[in-house]
Design a protein around this ligand. Structure first.
Ligand SMILES: [Mn+2]
Length: 336
């Protein structure tokens, strides 16, 4: 992430229209909403009209209070108004849901930090895969206009950062620049303590039980390098939506001594089974996911299958055996 990396065309675009539709992905999170809200607030300070759009649902507790600020579709007046569209935190147009049809034909700017989406979309693209969150890209835009975030905008920007980095946990080489940007937010009166409480202090009691139940299914394989947990259909129905705090399960398991990768097998009520794969460092779970026609990247991937948990489990163990306990012929094949 470099300081002066914003396309000139994006800054011109943000000047050009009187009205902007500010759109984020469905199932929004703190980074998506924070970047939408902070950028819209900044544009309004510059005299623009803004409409915030999100397909929802607003399941996560920490974002629910913002739900009434967002619409799921355009009003009849907005449909005919001249307006630019800004899409934030989306690697593909499909991620915004049905709103995609309503904005067809308009000029679109995309601001995102996901590495290469499947299809490029939008007229102006500001994509920084090395940025830990989109809200910091919004901060850069504000600063590129020689302005500073307001205290409220600073709060939203810090919240998005906290969400996507699990509170500083995933910062790498970008840390020096990121921390200096955060220090400018802190100077506005935003405290990390307050952001932490808001972002990570509002889980339901049921979500704690969900984590306990998932951990109770833990199986260690290949000398503890691979951990498997599962959730059967009857349990899936009991704990829905925001109570399923899978991120906490991943974090607890991946921090087990010796663990390099995990799989979470979950039978869904659609008759499908979802398999999430995570790894700590070198193990490429994206490659394994692809063997099952899934997607994802090196440290986070997943796929769905028509097989039940008991059927997919041995196939998964066999796939990970090639990584952790290769037979001599597999080992020689991978060296060839
Ligand atoms: Mn994000």
């Amino acid at each position: 992430m470099a300081l002066q990396d914003i396309p000139r065309a994006l800054l011109d675009f943000l000047d050009k229209y009187d009205t902007y539709f500010v759109v984020g992905h469905k199932e929004p999170d703190g980074d998506c909403l924070g970047s939408q809200l902070a950028l819209a607030s900044f544009l309004r300070r510059r005299g623009k009209n803004t409409a915030l759009l999100s397909a929802g649902p607003f399941d996560r507790r920490e974002i629910r209070r913002h739900e009434n600020l967002f619409a799921k579709s355009l009003t009849p007046e907005q449909k005919t108004a001249a307006a630019g569209v800004i899409i934030l935190d989306c690697a593909s147009l499909e991620r915004i849901g049905d709103i995609a049809q309503e904005i067809a034909g308009r000029e679109i700017a995309v601001i995102d930090h996901h590495s290469a989406g499947d299809t490029e979309f939008g007229d102006i693209r500001y994509i920084r895969a090395d940025s830990p969150c989109v809200t910091l890209l919004v901060q850069k835009i504000i600063e590129a206009f020689a302005e500073e975030p307001t205290q409220e905008e600073a709060h939203l920007i810090f919240s998005g950062f906290a969400t996507d980095t699990e509170f500083f946990r995933h910062l790498e080489n970008d840390a020096p620049e990121v921390l200096s940007m955060l220090s400018r937010l802190a100077a506005k009166g935003v405290t990390p303590r307050q952001i932490y409480r808001e972002t990570f202090g509002s889980y339901s009691p049921q979500s704690r039980i969900f984590i306990a139940d998932a951990l109770k299914t833990m199986e260690s394989h290949y000398g503890g390098r691979f951990i498997l947990v599962h959730e059967l259909l009857e349990h899936s129905r009991e704990f829905q939506r925001e109570h399923r705090q899978t991120d906490a399960v991943y974090q607890l398991l991946l921090s087990t001594e010796g663990c390099e990768a995990l799989a979470f097998i979950r039978e869904e009520d659609t008759g499908k089974t979802a398999v999430s794969l995570r790894s700590v460092d070198c193990v490429n779970v994206g490659l394994i996911s692809r063997q099952f026609n899934g997607g994802g990247h090196k440290n986070a991937a997943g796929f769905t299958t028509a097989l039940a948990c008991a059927q997919i489990k041995p196939l998964l163990l066999a796939a990970f055996k090639k990584v952790f306990d290769p037979a001599p012929e597999d080992a020689s094949a991978s060296l060839a």
